[in-house]
Design a protein around this ligand. Structure first.
Ligand SMILES: [Zn+2]
Length: 232
């Protein structure tokens, strides 16, 4: 999972380690993000010589990244080249960092609790629990976030031992995502603003996010709120 260290890698060489049902391919290394943690999978292609196999889905099964390709033909031992659909991935990186910052601002500012978060290519869905619901206040947090997306603020990611990581206030926004057997947690830090345990891909500076805008707010009753925002 080369993207855990370098989210800007768009291509890599790899070797086919296993092929199941002619279309589920495991490689010795990959730049393709496997769906999870609220971030969709990457798309792109796996190339062997002049043969192109389109990657239509990427999932993680038993700790392995499985690439679903659109046709049969890849064989164990093949040397291949992986190429991401970078436009899609980069948008998801910008959205993911935007979602962390917005969540942090809203949680610190209002005491809201995050209950769900799903990135899509064209929008971000964000569910939270908050007693008082005021769409005007949400607009204010979007404006506050946009002000920060104009600042030159670095974003970093690194691993910490589990015990040390869990001492950071608010580091786990959704506890069920990190089962106790994981000894080290990957932390994504928006320097000076937020630290979260997270396995996703992010941009390395808030400036790269650009600006966001609120698309829709929904009051789902009994403290359950949902909003959608998008990159401008
Ligand atoms: Zn995240």
């Amino acid at each position: 999972m080369l993207y855990l260290e370098d989210s800007y890698l768009r291509e890599c060489n790899a070797m086919v380690v296993s092929v199941k049902d002619d279309k589920y391919v495991v490689l010795d290394q990959t730049v393709f993000y496997a769906k999870g943690g609220g971030q969709p999978h990457d798309t792109g292609c796996i190339v062997r010589g002049g043969d192109v196999f389109n990657v239509v889905f990427v999932g993680k099964f038993g700790g392995e990244v499985s690439h679903e390709v659109d046709r049969a033909g890849l064989l164990v031992g093949d040397r291949v080249h992986c190429v991401l659909d970078w436009d899609r991935r980069y948008k998801l990186m910008r959205s993911h960092t935007a979602a962390h910052l917005f969540a942090s601002m809203l949680c610190v500012g209002t005491g809201a609790l995050v209950t769900g978060n799903q990135l899509e290519v064209d929008k971000v869905r964000f569910d939270f629990s908050l007693e008082k619901f005021d769409p005007q206040v949400l607009e204010e947090y979007v404006s506050k976030s946009n002000a920060l997306f104009r600042t030159d603020t670095p974003v970093k990611w690194y691993e910490l031992p589990r015990d040390e990581a869990l001492k950071i206030p608010g580091v786990v926004k959704m506890a069920e995502a990190f089962p106790p057997e994981i000894p080290r947690l990957r932390i994504v830090e928006i320097v000076g603003l937020d630290r979260q345990a997270d396995g996703g891909t992010h941009v390395k500076n808030l400036k790269e996010v650009g600006q966001i805008e609120l698309l829709k707010t929904e009051n789902k009753g009994k403290n359950n709120r949902r909003i959608y925002f998008t990159l401008k």
